[in-house]
Design a protein around this ligand. Structure first.
Ligand code: ZN
Length: 167
């Protein structure tokens, strides 16, 4: 199962994705799962960033979900519509729904959900409790771009380390 590479990533997109992968690495090093995300406004400024924080026992502590809630509390509707969310791994259905409900704009990811599923299958890991649907199956109106061939390789390595740690 592969997702065709999208030719629409710019140098600025890649720079933001690199920061997401760095946040994912920080999450892994802190005992959480390797996911990181950021919200960039229409001027190109990073307004909010977070990383996965599920190790404390709350499995909904995904950075994309935190971004949606931060945006709802801090940005008006026009600012949310023009904001772009960058993320190391494509949104899960929970986060895709939150993104769409609060009216955020484009999503750019380094690795796709299809890639993550393929890696987990290759490593013999049982599927999680939530189907790994692509963003557009949950939120059809959201423009998406990704994966990035080079950065998705780095994301793969972080997930390999996670699963090696979990045994
Ligand atoms: Zn999520």
């Amino acid at each position: 199962m592969t997702t065709p590479a999208q030719p629409t990533l710019t140098a600025a997109d890649r720079a933001h994705l690199r920061r997401c992968v760095q946040l994912a690495r920080e999450a892994l090093d802190a005992g959480d799962e390797p996911f990181g995300s950021l919200l960039v406004d229409a001027t190109g400024a990073v307004r909010f960033e977070d990383r996965n924080r599920v190790a404390g026992g709350d499995a909904t502590r995904h950075p994309e979900f935190e971004i949606a809630r931060w945006a709802a509390a801090n940005l008006d509707a026009a600012a949310r519509r023009s904001a772009v969310v960058y993320t190391s791994g494509e949104h899960c259905p929970m986060c895709s729904a939150a993104h769409a409900w609060v009216g955020l704009g484009r999503i750019v990811y380094a690795a796709s959900s299809a890639q993550l599923v393929a890696w987990r299958t290759e490593w013999g890991i049982a599927p999680g409790p939530v189907a790994a649907l692509p963003v557009n199956q949950v939120a059809p109106g959201i423009e998406v771009a990704g994966p990035d061939p080079e950065l998705s390789t780095e994301v793969r390595e972080l997930h390999r380390r996670l699963h090696a740690r979990q045994g």
